[in-house]
Design a protein around this ligand. Structure first.
Ligand code: NDP
Length: 332
């Protein structure tokens, strides 16, 4: 079997030789264990953000969809597809009875009713649950309200905007290229989308949201978030999902941000960070709605597929650089 081991902590942009591909012999499976062949492996921003939480060397975790090829666990017979957090490996032995850490997540791929199994690490997986609960539980958007989302053409952001449309909101998205902006407006039905790299955010927002902003789903942090939050309506709600604009920075230093306290007080805003596993016992609710909406055509998904185990690093860096439209996945 092969796996990627992170042998050095990342400094700035992760480098190819921070990783090592290790070949090793898998032991025969024991009672309670399954042998899984990875088919779809995810590359996500949190792999960058979480790097210094773990002592090196560590096996590169992430979500993956795999096929059970040998089984000594009757709940997962041969031929079952499982979603796990085994990450960047081609084969692995798993044990669903051991659950001491997130690395041990194993569940059966939800019934995707003929949709691609890769959705299990995308719209009907962790990113889907993130968009669904982050928007509906934290922002609690009501029909007619204006929702702004950054990172709008990515895995989470593209779903957030579409779920907000399904709930009857006006939706404005920010993303990093003209192609992304076109996709959001022409294919996904965003009311307005802008390339944050080329527009004056404050100005375009005033025009695009003449009634102000009620909900902000923040995927990127940084200065753009300060500008958006300063234009929110009274009792606006901010779901802080991620802060990708600062993941390559040194976290130990206090990040510099515009002082927002006055806007928070005067407008009585609610701003809340969250992690999708908070609703882990309810993910199936999200998966059921999301797959239903995909089937009915109310929700469109797009994937940026890279092929090959050897290309995992390139796919990861490409995603951090914004090469992906929709969910970045690697087909093994
Ligand atoms: P995406 O599919 O959105 O891919 C990452 C995107 O980030 C890139 O395509 C790029 O798009 C954008 N980006 C990169 N650098 C910057 C920058 N400096 N400023 C602004 N945008 C940038 O990833 P996900 O949808 O998987 O994740 C989106 C966010 O949600 C991340 O912050 C992630 O950490 C967070 N997240 C949080 C979870 C939680 O439980 N709280 C769970 C899952 C994700 P562009 O071309 O638009 O710049």
């Amino acid at each position: 079997a092969r796996k990627y081991v992170v042998k050095r902590h990342f400094e700035g942009v992760p480098k190819r030789d921070d990783f090592e591909i290790v070949e090793y012999e898998l032991p025969p499976i024991q009672n309670g264990e399954i042998l899984v062949k990875a088919e779809w492996v995810s590359v996500d921003p949190y792999l960058r953000a979480y790097n210094k939480r773990f002592p090196v060397p560590y096996d590169q975790f992430s979500y993956q969809v795999g096929l059970v090829e040998d089984s000594k666990d009757p709940r997962f017979p041969v031929g079952t597809r499982v979603v796990s957090h085994k990450g960047w490996c081609d084969y692995s032995v798993m044990n669903a009875n051991v659950s001491n850490s997130p690395a041990d997540i194993i569940y059966k791929l939800p019934d995707l009713k003929g949709l691609s199994n890769s959705l299990g690490i995308g719209a009907v997986g962790m990113p889907g649950a993130t968009a669904y609960f982050g928007l509906l539980e934290i922002c609690q958007p009501k029909a007619g309200e204006t929702v702004v989302v950054t990172g709008a053409a990515g895995a989470v952001g593209s779903l957030v905007g579409q779920i907000a449309k399904i709930k009857g909101c006006r939706v404005i998205g920010f993303a990093g290229s003209e192609d992304k902006v076109n996709w959001l407006e022409k294919d996904l039905g965003f009311d307005k989308a802008f390339n944050y790299k080329t527009v004056d955010v404050q100005k375009v927002l005033k025009e695009a949201a003449p009634k102000g902003i009620d909900c902000y789903f923040d995927n990127v942090g940084g200065e753009i978030s300060s500008i958006i939050i300063s234009q929110m309506n009274d009792f606006g709600r901010v779901a802080v999902c991620g802060s990708i604009s600062s993941y390559n920075d040194d976290f130990t230093k206090l990040p510099k941000a515009t002082i927002l306290q006055i806007a928070l007080v005067m407008k009585q805003l609610k701003i809340q960070g969250f992690l999708a596993p908070r609703w882990r016992d309810r993910w199936s609710e999200a998966f059921s709605d999301l797959s239903k909406w995909i089937k009915s055509g109310d929700l469109k998904t797009r994937e940026h597929v890279t092929e090959g185990f050897d290309k995992l690093y390139d796919a990861f860096i490409g995603m951090l650089n914004g090469e992906n439209i929709g969910k970045a996945v690697v087909k093994i």
